[in-house]
Design a protein around this ligand. Sequence first.
Ligand SMILES: Nc1ncnc2c1ncn2[C@@H]1O[C@H](COP(=O)(O)OP(=O)(O)OP(=O)(O)O)[C@@H](O)[C@H]1O
Length: 311
Amino acid sequence: MSAPAVEITGLVKRFGSTKKVTAVDGLDLRMPQGTLLALLGPNGAGKTTTVEVCEGFQRPDSGTVRVLGLDPAGQGARLRPRIGVMPQGGGAYPGVRADEMLGLVASCAARPLDPAWLLEVLGLEGVRRTPFKRLSGGQQQRLSLACALVGRPELVFLDEPTAGMDPQARRLVWDLLAALRADGVSVLLTTHLMEEAETLADHVVIVDGGKVIAEGAPGELTAEAGEAAQLRFRARAGLDTKLLSAALPEGYLVRESAPGSYRVEGVVDPQVVSAVTAWCAQQGVLAEELHVGRRDLEEVFLELTGRELRG
Ligand SMILES: Nc1ncnc2c1ncn2[C@@H]1O[C@H](COP(=O)(O)OP(=O)(O)OP(=O)(O)O)[C@@H](O)[C@H]1O
């Protein structure tokens, strides 16, 4: 049987001269080959550090990390030709043209993809002669993604691949990632976009404070036994939830899951929706983002931590 794409056991990584900052705090993760795993978490959760350890750019303080069965710290020379890396923020020599840069990276690979094809798929055909510094942020990101993929890697690490992209560019990237996955390429990406994780991932690992706080298929994480839908809304923080609960039909309970985020517990029906909005109107409160539906990963994170994913 082939080795997992990534296997991490008890990873700890600390920074600072006295190692005071614990970026990763005993993280375990297993990713089979041919799957797409999303590391989802807020700023500072330890996602980039975890990925950089897998790429061999950081050494763990403790724990073991195996990537395609190899130790990234000690067997980097064997590992590097088999992986693609898209770092956060990217970067390149400012005067290099898009096609020159991709051509250069392709020339380092044994069996590269056709750079012209990749530029076209990523919507960069029209800017192939544009110097890197004059590309928009989203175009630079896509070029960085092309560089990560041009060597036909078995496994790619993408650190916030769609950060700063407009919805159209994001969609192009999502389509490409879905196609890669369908071709059997393993993809590990970090994101704080729960929609990205829900759309693309076979497996989502939610990290916070350097630890895994939940994981599973997106559907598993968002499923809740016996509950088809729930009602959520946002309003100013500190509403009197006891008073609101009392205004609802018997058996319903309202909780403020994070400041300004409210959740009505109980089976949602038209009467309860109407009662919530009527009570808010009486208090002169505007119920915003009123939502009836299954919970999403944002909600899962909120329930686990009491904080919003997008800080
Ligand atoms: N080189 C470093 N020196 C000191 N502290 C660091 C270093 N790199 C990361 N950290 C700290 O480690 C913690 C985790 O950072 P990391 O970049 O891994 O988080 P992240 O989940 O990728 O965040 P983001 O979504 O903002 O990229 C943060 O508190 C960060 O400030």
